[in-house]
Design a protein around this ligand. Sequence first.
Ligand code: GLU
Length: 320
Amino acid sequence: MNAGAIPAPARHRGRFAPSPTGPLHFGSLVAALASACDARHAGGEWLLRIEDVDLPRNRPGADAAILRALERFGFAWDGPVLRQSARADVYGDALRSLQRQGEVYPCVCTRRELEAAALGPGGERIYPGTCRQGIPAALAGRTARAQRLALAGDTGACIEFRDRLQGRQRQDLRAEVGDFVLRRADGLFAYQLAVVVDDAAQGVTHVVRGADLLSSTARQIYLQRRLQVATPAYLHVPVAVNADGAKLSKQTLAAPLPADALPALRAAWRFLDQPLPQGSAEPASVAEFWQHAIAAWSVARLPPTLQLPAPAGFASRAAG
Ligand code: GLU
């Protein structure tokens, strides 16, 4: 990929990038609402991308259900929906350009072997570099190969950035993550590569998403530098957690968004501690809600924290 191919858009451009692993839940609504309001409040565009790059995790029909739910909740996106599953050739180009720069190497380590590696502060295993200098002779017979990024040996892999809400961040990728996977042994491209290629291709200037992805951001900024594409501004909103402190997700049986959009939109708005209309009268319709939300959106009001409890009724299927 070359920097000249993608002109940086002059406008503010945000995006929402759900993975179709199940129906949208309250946590996804919060991320969608925050990213849409942030873009529209600034007079910018808001794009939608279906992150279905991890094929085995996709659930049949989930992408159509996500689009329907977003429409029902009054979200309106600009331009066509981008689908990662159709973009393997573009990710392949990016991988090849890193390979030409000598920054990629094959790795035959199994998941089980990597379970013995040290845990990084983000809870992920730090790749110990087993295959960095070539596949060790004892493992030479293996065929399944992931492709890993060889992180720079100097301080080039220490990434610092300022999140618009969470403040100054610093991650030493070599010490805390290790050479990470760009293409998996099953041939699928890794989320980290796909998201960087797509944010650049879509000209995204402002990424707003859940704080569970804060720890991925340094990897993405590193890749942006290696691929010579622009780094967007980042804002990570608090993640909604259930009574056990676990992020709402398919695995934690998060309740799908209810049929009635307005109470859920209001709950997401309150979750983000956003200003209510003058006199505190709640908007009476979805259209009114959006009118107020786009005008009143305030980054200064967002709670600068990584997680918050989901409101009662939205946390889990069992409870709600
Ligand atoms: N697809 C990711 C998710 O659903 C979001 C990725 C992103 O916003 O960068 O969690």
